[in-house]
Design a protein around this ligand. Structure first.
Ligand code: GLC
Length: 709
């Protein structure tokens, strides 16, 4: 529909109609029994009013949504089509590895391919919008939602989310197999104090702008059609009613022109925050702040009309919000094609199709992280292997947000090993309960695989924990098996980095599996037997201890930096009981190959504004297997008008090297890459001394110095 016709449509709509366009209800209001996300909510609606609302949360399935669209368009006085939105975070029916694992691929183009596949399935199921990517930076794995985040680094998160937005939306979101992307949660939800979900955040302006905003900014620049407000407060104001955040920053500074939708019941929750007196006050503040769609409360539905009639909310603000929603429906082509891509036939073809299963497996090959290997991997099929741990047969390893996945389709580690390596002599004890049989089998085996960690029920929304060490039962299991076995390989499942220092020290090999998705255990089996060379890198530091949280490699030196030692040193910034450094740092991961980095060469050691500098290193695969290597560029500003991190990721190239192959990887460094928010919050670079490194992970010392003039 031409945009000027939208304006005419808006002018023809009644006040109540316009308000109803800004309301989103879940399936319970449409006769569904599914309460997929969020707490139950009930509020009074007039007869048929639900069918006149502008969008629906969580309903899915081509047949159901076509029928629902027919009913809603019939009830809506101007027959305006509804938007169908849902949480397709990392896959619809085919579950891909969880986002923290996708971040660990260090492969943004893989993230895009995953989003494209997820969009194809979601669109066939009749969905128009996905509440993804989640762009919240995370430094604290007590927070259960770090599972949904690309990780701890602003630069890598930005690359991952911008590629996911483009994967979901393509160049034209009305095209078949595309859905609109809603980036979330704006902003800094991952900074929930003490890692406790829904808690307040206490951030400096610098930290908000330097660390938490870049990924949202990248998603907006990639064209995300929607932004979702976060539950938390920033500067002691709920994000959902913060004009500074939504109108000044998101729309003003970032230039976002799309739809702002609140998170589930977030408008009403400002009453609990204590910044709104009642639903009318909450509705007023949210509308003034710039929230367009009210998800799952009756604040807009019941309170906007009296607010407008009393002149406390200008109708012009309502019109702006409604026009943005109509424009979104228009850009999706819903006025001409209200079903968009909903097709039972396409659902049959696409959902969990072999191509998407293969991609799910390929993705896990690149997201699984080998953290330790002391001569035990890869396994040989002719050796005696025992697999211990309930997670070896657990299908709940696709992620708590894989709400549309069919868990009966998850390939378990046991199924993967038995199917892919039938010739191997593998015995399973898929339990965490220690038995005599288990221990005697462990004693006779050449190698024991221990499947430990968390299944999907331990991470996700509201699943914060105060202690990120393993449950006592698993520690006890590990100790008993370790005492009996010759060699142990510990497989760590979960949606967050866990603190496993004792296990890391005692096991012969350690693998971070994450929650690997529908077919991820096939990739794990191939990695265990050496068919696939692991290439994942930690997207989030793995701490020694909960007490180190929040933690990040991009830390500040402080006035009393600790010397390079794990011992306690008095009167410097350190702990008496644990090291400062993480157990395994951001960017770290091993492979089965020896990869070497030659010295960093610069074409000049002086960078001028407007100029650029080339930094390169020769990377060699000394064999024996082909390898994928995530070559990382880090930069440090040695002095600034404010403190600057000891290093920051500024470049990445994931390359494939055959055994014996050497490759020169070259990065171009520009003055723009050196900009930061100075003491006056101006985004500038400052002349002076810099250091850069090209290396394997955030600990690399393979560096060179240069100056910015
Ligand atoms: C939830 C989540 C959000 C999700 C929304 C709709 O509470 O916070 O990430 O998209 O509600 O399900």
């Amino acid at each position: 529909m031409e945009e000027k016709k939208l304006q005419k449509l808006l002018e023809d709509m009644s006040l109540q109609e316009k308000i109803e366009q800004l309301v989103q209800l879940n399936g319970l209001f449409f006769g569904s029994s599914e309460q997929l996300t969020g707490p139950a909510a009930a509020f009074r609606l007039s007869e048929g009013q639900a069918y006149r609302t502008g969008s629906v949360l969580g309903e899915h399935g081509a047949a159901r949504l076509k029928k629902l669209q027919d009913r809603m368009m019939a009830e809506q006085p101007h027959h305006i089509p509804a938007l169908f939105m849902a949480d397709v975070i990392h896959g619809y029916r085919t579950a891909f590895p969880v986002p923290i694992a996708i971040g660990s691929s260090f492969n943004p183009s893989l993230a895009r391919r995953i989003a494209e596949a997820a969009a194809r399935e979601a669109a066939a199921a009749g969905l128009h919008v996905t509440f993804s990517p989640m762009a919240d930076l995370v430094h604290d794995s007590r927070w259960g939602r770090c599972m949904e985040s690309p990780g701890e680094d602003p630069w890598l998160n930005a690359r991952i989310v911008e590629n996911m937005v483009r994967g979901f939306q393509g160049e034209d979101v009305s095209e078949k197999g595309r859905v609109a992307s809603c980036v979330k949660h704006f902003a800094a939800y991952g900074a929930a104090q003490a890692g406790r979900d829904y808690n307040v955040t206490e951030l400096s302006e610098h930290t908000l702008f330097e660390d938490y905003l870049p990924a949202y900014r990248a998603a907006v620049e990639a064209g995300a059609c929607l932004v979702m407000t976060a539950f938390n407060t920033i500067d002691r104001r709920p994000c959902t009613t913060s004009r500074r955040l939504l109108r000044d920053l998101l729309r003003g500074d970032m230039g976002f022109e799309g739809v702002v939708i609140t998170d589930y019941s977030a408008i009403k929750e400002t009453i609990s925050h204590g910044t709104s007196e009642d639903e009318r006050d909450a509705a007023r503040q949210a509308m003034l702040a710039g929230c367009d769609i009210d998800m799952m409360t009756s604040c807009y539905l019941h309170e906007l009309e009296p607010l407008i009639r009393d002149g406390r909310v200008p109708e012009s603000l309502l019109d702006e919000a409604v026009l943005r929603v109509l424009k979104l429906k228009n850009v999706l082509g819903l006025f001409e094609h209200p079903y968009k891509d909903a097709s039972e036939e396409d659902e049959q073809q696409l959902l969990f199709c072999p191509e998407h299963q293969a991609l799910s497996r390929e993705a896990a090959e690149e997201t699984i992280v080998l953290l330790k290997n002391e001569g035990v991997l890869p396994l040989s099929p002719d050796r005696k292997i025992v697999v211990i741990g309930s997670l070896a047969e657990d299908r709940a390893i696709v992620g708590s947000w894989a709400v549309f996945a069919d868990r009966s389709q998850t390939v378990t580690l046991r199924e993967a090993l038995e199917t892919l390596y039938p010739e191997a002599d593998v015995t399973f004890f898929a339990s965490d309960a220690i038995t005599e049989d288990m221990l005697s089998a462990a004693a006779e085996a050449d190698t024991v695989l221990l499947a430990l960690g968390e299944n999907e029920t331990w991470t996700g929304e509201s699943r914060s924990i105060a202690d990120i060490s393993l449950p006592a039962s698993q520690k006890k299991l590990f100790d008993a098996v370790r005492a009996a076995a010759r060699k142990t390989v510990t497989l760590l499942f979960g949606g967050r980095p866990l603190a496993v220092p004792e296990i890391a020290q005692q096991t012969d090999a350690l693998i971070e599996v994450w929650l690997p998705g529908s077919c991820g255990c096939c990739a794990l089996a191939d990695i265990l037997f050496g068919k696939v060379n692991p290439s994942g890198r930690l997207s989030m530091s793995m701490p020694w201890h909960t007490g180190q949280l929040p933690i990040s490699y991009a830390a500040f030196q402080t006035g009393r930096p600790k010397p390079e030692t794990d011992r306690f040193v008095p009167f410097v910034s350190n702990y008496m009981d644990v090291p400062n450094r993480p157990l395994y740092p951001f960017g770290f991961g091993l492979s089965y190959s020896e990869v070497t980095y030659g010295p960093v060469c610069l074409n000049t050691d002086t960078l001028t504004s407007g100029g650029s500098l080339q930094a390169e290193a020769v990377i060699e695969n000394k064999g024996p297997l082909p390898v994928k290597e995530a070559v990382q560029l880090y930069i440090r500003d040695l002095h600034g008008s404010v403190v600057r991190p000891v290093r920051e990721l500024k470049g990445l190239e994931k390359i494939c090297l055959a055994p014996g192959e050497r490759r020169t990887v070259r990065f171009t460094v520009t003055e723009e890459m050196l900009r930061f928010y100075d003491a006056d919050m101006h985004f500038v670079s400052e002349p002076g001394a810099f250091r850069l490194w090209i290396g394997h992970d955030s600990l690399t010392e393979n560096g060179a110095d240069f100056r910015l003039e």
